[in-house]
Design a protein around this ligand. Structure first.
Ligand SMILES: [Zn+2]
Length: 270
């Protein structure tokens, strides 16, 4: 792409940014997050990715339909989804248990597509603890963190291109881009950590409403703090266990006891 056509593309994208700005949504704990792609688009991406994953021969042959691991994950997930369904009645909820003892992982894609790998079962030592993990993953989907991440990635793509080509713009265009870049830069900071905190808090509500012991979440993360060492899995490294996390969960349990889940505002946590 030559500089002139790049400039034209960037100028039109920059002009479109103010239109993208109002595309925000509010999450369950009161955060305002970016939503450039629609919820339907995000859910479709989640569904496509899930189908693709299940069609991979190596995964397909590991999908469990019976046995103790399947029964444990299935009964917990069923209870957690029953609760989360009230928040997202239009999600086409689905879950699979994948027999892979080496993989410590669980996720819930946009639209409610859940996968739990058997490697996470011994890490979570009880139903309460495993329900805490599943509730946390479900809360990523019901708070639309995937939709937000794709939206951010789209903006970051813009920003990356924009920086190098800045000199090719006239002053008006530069000002427009600077505004766009400034808006973008302030949007990115610490989102991932905030997503984690929010999923911990909302996941805790699902845990309580499904009738599990909320202290299961505290126990799980506390044991992860003690366990965290060089042999961390991808899931463990994207879910850092630390005292801040455990402290936030304890605080949320206390707020729930005194005031209920409606009092769970994001600013209460650090
Ligand atoms: Zn998470």
């Amino acid at each position: 792409m030559n500089l002139r056509s790049l400039a034209l593309v960037l100028a039109s994208l920059a002009a479109a940014l103010p239109l993208m700005l109002p595309s925000c949504r509010t999450t369950q704990t009161g955060r305002t997050v970016l939503a450039i792609i629609s919820e339907d688009e995000a859910n479709q991406m989640g569904s496509d990715a899930f189908r693709q994953m299940l069609a991979e021969p190596d995964t397909a042959r590991r999908i469990l339909k019976s046995g103790p691991a399947f029964q444990q994950v299935d009964r917990i997930t069923r209870r957690m989804v029953e609760v989360a369904r009230k928040d997202e009645p239009t999600f086409q909820w689905e879950w699979v248990v994948i027999d892979d003892p080496q993989t410590v992982n669980a996720f819930c894609l946009p639209g409610g597509k859940i996968a739990v790998y058997t490697g996470i079962i011994p890490v979570a030592k009880s139903d309460d603890e495993l329900a805490a993990v599943i509730g946390h993953e479900i809360a990523h989907a019901t708070n639309h963190h995937g939709q937000k991440r794709v939206s951010q990635a789209m903006l970051q793509g813009l920003v990356g291109e924009g920086v190098g080509a800045f000199a090719g713009f006239n002053p008006d265009e530069q000002e427009m881009l600077a505004g766009a870049l400034g808006m973008a830069a302030s949007t990115f900071d610490s989102y991932s950590r905030d997503d984690e905190t929010e999923s911990d808090i909302v996941g805790l509500r699902y845990l309580i409403e499904a009738g599990y012991d909320p202290n299961g979440a505290v126990r799980f993360w506390q044991s992860m703090v003690e366990l965290s060492g060089p042999s961390e899995s991808d899931w463990m490294s994207s879910h850092p266990a630390n005292e801040r996390r455990v402290g936030n969960l304890k605080k949320a349990i206390e707020i729930y006891r005194t005031s209920g889940a409606e009092a769970w505002k994001f600013e209460h946590y650090n």
